[in-house]
Structure formats: C-alpha cells, structure tokens
Design a protein around this ligand. Structure first.
Ligand code: G4P
Ligand code: MG
Length: 248
C-alpha cells in the first residue's frame, strides 16, 4: 500500500493522550487538589475518565483512596463571527445538558447546604471544581462553561444565610484541556499566573487555574475517539513522529 502524503493534522494516539494527562495530573493534584470534575461533553468525557485514574483522593472519614466524581454538562457551539461581544459569545453556546441541583456530593463540603436548603449547584459549592474538555480552540465553550457554573455557585451562595456561608470552604475553579491551541481566542478567562494570585471574594475564587496537556500550533487535531479506522490513525501518527525525528 502506498503511504498517503501526511497533511498538517496533529494525530495524538490514545497513548499519547493518556501520557499527557498523567503528566498534567501531577501539577493539578499538587496545586489545585480537585474535589470533582465537570466534563464538557462529548470531547471532555474521555479525558475526564482518564484523568480520574490519576486523581484519587483520600477520604477523610475512611482513609481510603476514592475516585473523584465526574459530573457532565453538554454544550454545543453555533457558528461564530469575529468581533463578538461578551453577551454575544454567550448566545452562541447551547446547553444540551446541565448539572442537577441536589446532585450527589463530592467531598461533603456542600452537604449541609444541600440538606438544609435543597440546592447546592450540583455539588459545586465549597469544592474545588475541575472543568475538563479535550481542546481549547476559540475558548468560547470554556468561557461559557466557567461563567455559567460560577453564576450557579454565586446564586446558591446568595440564597443561603450568611452564617452558613461563612462556614463553607471557598469554591474554586480550574480548567484542564488536553490541548490548548495557540492562536486568537474569542473569549477571555481570568487565568491565574500563579497560585499566589488567588483571592477569595465572597466565598469564591476570583479567577481560574488553567492546565493543558500540551500547547499546540493552530492546526486541526484528529482525536482517536473520532476515528472510524483507529489503526490508520495510529499508523499516520507514527509516520508523522518518524518524520519529525528525522527532521530534528
Ligand atoms: P473551544 O470552545 O475550546 O474554543 O473550542 P471551540 O468551541 O472553538 O470548538 C468548537 C468545536 O470544535 C468543539 O466541538 C471542539 O471540540 C471542536 N474543535 C476545535 N478545534 C478542534 C480540533 O483541532 N480538532 C477537533 N477534532 N475538534 C476541534 P464540540 O461542538 O464541543 O463537539 P464535541 O466533540 O465536544 O461533542
Ligand atoms: Mg466539546
């Protein structure tokens, strides 16, 4: 069989992605200590499940290692045009699935809020929430997800008495993507440069931690889970790696 000419697509294999996620997890655990993940479907599902393998946390009560809960949200993006305002960005994303209020708890921090007030923004309040997706391209989806989850948390905090609020741990957010694509972003996130930047304002962190498995040039990425022919995907991936090695 002849070798088709390689295009400029990037072709990470399942193994490449697994390794990148494992490496990124070390910093996430040390720096952010997530209590739960919110995976943005469909691209965020596979990365979130792999990441969970590296993010076990100790249960305070039993001392046993516990898996982090993965919550799911579904977001779909409409076609966009340049020069959109903040509000317009919001209208380009459609929710196909969202967190349930009163969903199962992650670390127990929000349990009291849920028990007494019947809502806790899907278990986010008082927790370290890690939002997971496969790619940060235009940043539109991540911008929407972060801001909407933040709104839910603030609304819940506003609705509970000040003394209960004061006893809760802060709610903090982080983002993990397998790939952050270089290039212009259509939306901005208040990303911390270092943990020292973090400030808690009214019970919520004033910015977001940001982690990427790798930063890539703005070329199209073929994800293994999108491929009907995974063998061919792996073959082309190996071919590109061999060419790159030759070139270096
Ligand atoms: P962003 O929010 O992270 O900036 O990405 P953006 O909205 O621009 O992406 C819109 C859709 O395009 C997303 O799919 C995203 O996964 C996909 N996309 C962007 N860049 C790439 C790429 O290089 N390769 C591939 N394969 N997809 C890319 P979606 O609507 O969220 O669909 P789903 O797969 O998550 O269900
Ligand atoms: Mg997606």
């Amino acid at each position: 069989m002849t070798t088709p000419e390689l295009d400029d697509h990037r072709r990470p294999t399942y193994e490449d992605i697994h390794v990148m996620i494992g490496n990124a997890a070390k910093k996430i655990v040390e720096e952010f200590k997530p209590d739960l993940m919110v995976a943005i479907g469909g691209g965020g599902f596979f990365p979130a499940r792999v990441l969970r393998t590296f993010l076990k946390r100790r249960d305070e009560k039993t001392g046993k290692q516990r898996n982090l809960p993965i919550q799911a949200i579904g977001l779909s993006l409409y076609e966009q045009v340049d020069g959109m305002s903040e509000e317009m960005i919001g209208t380009q994303v459609v929710r196909t699935q969202w967190l349930e209020f009163g969903a199962p708890k992650a670390s127990g921090a929000g349990d009291e809020v849920a028990a007494r007030y019947g809502k806790d923004s899907g278990g986010l309040v008082g927790n370290n929430v890690l939002i997971v997706d496969e790619v940060d391209d235009s940043r539109t989806t991540l911008h929407y997800a972060y801001n909407e989850l933040l709104k839910d948390v603030r609304a819940t905090l506003d609705s509970i008495p000040a003394d209960v609020r004061a006893d809760l741990p802060p709610t903090r957010f982080a983002i993990f993507v397998v790939q952050n694509k270089l290039g212009p972003k259509r939306a901005e996130l208040p990303i911390y440069n270092s943990p020292a930047d973090e400030k808690i304002v009214d019970g919520v962190a004033d910015g977001v931690y940001y982690y990427a498995g790798e930063t890539t040039p703005p070329v199209w990425i073929d994800y293994p889970w999108e491929m009907q022919d995974i063998t061919e995907h792996n073959r082309l991936s190996a071919l590109a790696k061999a060419r790159n090695q030759q070139a270096n």
